[in-house]
Design a protein around this ligand. Structure first.
Ligand code: 5GP
Length: 114
């Protein structure tokens, strides 16, 4: 699994990634290896390793991640045709980067997994 610092560097603008949205809670940027015409990652600004670390105290972050993903889907004009939101968790879930992230995918007909 890749180290969390990869996404931390993007959030802190240490790497020249194309950030498409940022507020005090989350950052959204294009996936480097897109699986669809629109493939955006939404990550919390504070480090959370995976869904397993969501608890009563930090659970509102997930709602915010969803709300920003939905907002971006509307901006990208993929809402009407539809889109997919995926969060992979750990090895069996296919999580490659040890930093909680949400995939927003759309712009084409997606199969059941992507
Ligand atoms: P996972 O499989 O962990 O749910 O998804 C990790 C995603 O991060 C993959 O879709 C992969 O293409 C993307 N990714 C890996 N390294 C980088 C990077 O350096 N920059 C960006 N923008 N995306 C990355």
């Amino acid at each position: 699994m890749k180290h969390e610092s990869l996404f931390q560097d993007i959030i802190n603008k240490k790497t020249p990634e194309n950030i498409i949205y940022q507020d005090t809670i989350v950052t959204a940027f294009k996936d480097i290896n897109p699986k669809a015409p629109v493939h955006i990652l939404i990550v919390p600004n504070i480090f959370i390793s995976s869904l397993n670390e969501i608890n009563e105290k930090n659970k509102d972050i997930l709602a915010h991640m969803f709300s920003i993903a939905i907002k971006i889907a509307k901006q990208k004009k993929i809402s009407k045709e539809g889109y997919k939101i995926i969060v992979n968790c750990n090895k069996n879930g296919g999580q490659e980067i040890n930093y909680l992230h949400m995939h927003l995918l759309g712009g084409k007909k997606l199969n059941s997994l992507y």
